[in-house]
Design a binder for this molecule. Structure first.
Ligand SMILES: CC(C)(COP(=O)(O)OP(=O)(O)OC[C@H]1O[C@@H](n2cnc3c(N)ncnc32)[C@H](O)[C@@H]1OP(=O)(O)O)[C@@H](O)C(=O)NCCC(=O)NCCS
Length: 186
């Protein structure tokens, strides 16, 4: 596979990336604080779901995902302890990219997760924040009607937080691959 090194590319995250990941999280999510150890635990529990976006400037973004249960939201800044044996979705905890590196870069990460999710119920789940719902709809996610318990858990993510699911069996990715998607995955 040809790699275009001038383009940001996704690679598996390692624990040595934590400092860079935290620096990005603090900048992008100043109101959604999580401890470094909470990030590190996700990387330990699900290394295949945790990746960093690397550009010429170093790490410019990250994505964290792990198997979980549909309609359940792990509280922010809390340890998962373990992954559920009966996981029925791959939960996308966060995708964050520094502003200067944005422009369709999340697509390649989501495509990696699609492959991974096929062993966790073939469903992707996430909490959309900052009015990013239209972005996730482009990837085939749909907002889900929430009960009182889920709404209470969504509250800590801010007012616009929306719980969304994407059933991979029902809807193939509606967003066509960009020419650089494949070469960005390592
Ligand atoms: C989410 C993110 C990783 C996507 O990066 P990307 O794939 O490079 O995508 P872009 O940032 O170029 O955005 C893609 C589209 O979504 C839109 N979008 C992105 N963030 C948005 C927001 N907060 N509100 C509304 N629209 C938004 C963009 O305008 C763009 O629309 P277009 O395709 O019509 O031009 C990046 O926008 C980001 O880091 N955002 C801040 C953190 C965040 O909100 N993460 C999601 C947590 S659920």
């Amino acid at each position: 596979m040809r790699i275009d090194v001038s383009k940001p590319h996704w690679r598996p995250a390692s624990t040595t990336d934590i400092t860079a990941i935290i620096a990005i999280a603090e900048r992008i999510h100043p109101d959604l604080f999580e401890r470094p150890d909470v990030f590190a635990e996700k990387m330990r529990l699900c290394p295949d779901g945790c990746r960093v976006l690397v550009g010429d400037e170093g790490i410019v973004g990250y994505g964290l995902a792990h198997p979980w249960k549909q309609h359940q939201i792990p509280p922010l800044d809390c340890f998962l302890a373990s992954l559920p044996d009966d996981a029925d979705c791959l939960y996308v905890h966060d995708v964050a990219v520094l502003p200067f590196a944005r422009g369709g870069v999340a697509a390649a990460y989501i495509r990696t997760l699609e492959q991974l999710a096929r062993s966790s119920g073939a469903v992707l789940a996430l909490v959309s924040v900052y009015a990013t719902r239209p972005l996730w709809e482009q990837f085939g996610f749909r907002s889900v009607t929430t009960n009182a318990e889920l709404r209470a858990k969504l509250a800590c993510y801010g007012e616009a937080a929306t719980y969304m699911l994407r059933d991979l069996a029902a809807a193939p990715s509606p967003r066509p691959p960009t020419p650089n998607d494949d070469i960005r995955i390592r």
